[in-house]
Write a protein that binds this ligand. Structure first.
Ligand SMILES: [Zn+2]
Length: 67
């Protein structure tokens, strides 16, 4: 396969994807990225939220650093 389409930086780094709902011929619904067509990993819980939502603590004051 040749990478003709250019994958966005956020997709390559797996930081953010543009999730969209797609349907297979069987009518099954799945979520994929509209940019890189990567299928979203469906966890065991099946409860998916937005990318990077609510995972970061909203504690104001001490910042562990990182970025
Ligand atoms: Zn993507």
């Amino acid at each position: 396969m040749t990478s003709s389409t250019r994958t966005p930086f956020l997709c390559r780094t797996n930081l953010r994807h543009v999730w969209e709902v797609a349907h297979t011929d069987d009518g099954a619904r799945f979520v994929r990225c509209a940019k890189c067509l990567r299928e979203r990993d469906s966890g065991p819980g099946g409860n998916v939220t937005g990318p990077g939502a609510m995972s970061a603590g909203s504690t104001s004051g001490i910042s562990g650093g990182g970025f």
